[in-house]
Design a protein around this ligand. Structure first.
Ligand SMILES: Nc1ncnc2c1ncn2[C@@H]1O[C@H](COP(=O)(O)OP(=O)(O)OP(=O)(O)O)[C@@H](O)[C@H]1O
Length: 217
């Protein structure tokens, strides 16, 4: 399988937890500069799919091909309660081998939580923890972003700012894949894949609402 112009290609992915067959032949491809939604009912396998795409979980069979660097924002935050926001940024800066935390500083301003720089994570609110979780996934400016309900706990203003950030990344050629809610987000996404019965089917806003995809952007 060759990647061609795609940033991410998934072919016939299968994943079961014991007898529970969650992914049963998921295939799709994503071009650079696309904002993609993965939607589906609770338990349909969205997080499982992202964990497989990120390499955190091994598939039973199938292929995942990715071009470029990866940023993964898991649903459960990967933070250390004893460290401050700044200490997390320094820790991840080293892990990503970055010269500085310039992009993270921009995100702190953009998501409006710079005032918590020196606060330990254990006393941050759920929404602010999630802002940090997202910042850690984005601070190395990756080519492919896998974001699992990245706005959970955000207030409305922050939710809108998140979509501004995501749209700008898309406009800069990044491939942004977001586990998202069809009812709220369909209009913000270029492409939607709906997970149902273990497979991903394209979902078209035009077909379902008469409005073209991305109509509310
Ligand atoms: N580690 C695990 N062991 C066994 N079963 C699991 C495991 N992780 C997930 N599952 C099961 O696999 C199915 C898919 O779970 P997953 O978390 O991928 O769904 P989801 O679409 O992300 O759900 P939600 O919308 O609730 O976040 C569910 O039935 C879940 O109970």
């Amino acid at each position: 399988m060759t990647l061609g112009p795609c940033a991410l290609r998934v072919l016939d992915l299968h994943k079961a937890y014991r007898s529970r067959r969650v992914l049963r032949g998921v295939s799709f491809a994503v071009e650079p500069g696309t904002l993609v939604g993965v939607v589906g009912e609770n338990g349909s396998g969205k997080s499982t799919l992202l964990r497989v795409l990120s390499g955190q979980l091994a598939a039973d069979s199938g292929e995942v091909e990715r071009r470029g660097t990866l940023g993964y924002c898991p649903q459960a935050t990967v933070l250390n309660d004893a460290l401050t926001v700044d200490q997390h940024l320094r820790w991840f800066r080293t892990a990503y081998r970055l010269d500085g935390t310039g992009r993270a500083d921009e995100l702190l301003d953009e998501l409006r939580f710079a005032e918590y720089r020196h606060t330990r994570v254990e006393v941050l609110s759920g929404g602010t923890r999630q802002k940090l979780n997202l910042t850690l996934a984005l601070m190395h400016d990756p080519d492919v972003l896998l974001l699992d309900e990245p706005y959970q706990g955000f207030d409305w203003e922050t939710y809108l700012r998140f979509w501004d950030v995501a749209a700008r990344l898309r406009d800069r050629g990044r491939c942004v894949l977001v586990v998202s809610h069809l009812a709220w987000d369909a209009g913000r996404l270029d492409v939607v894949h709906r997970l149902k019965d273990g497979v991903a089917a394209p979902w078209s806003a035009e077909e379902h609402t008469g409005l073209p995809q991305g109509a509310s952007r």
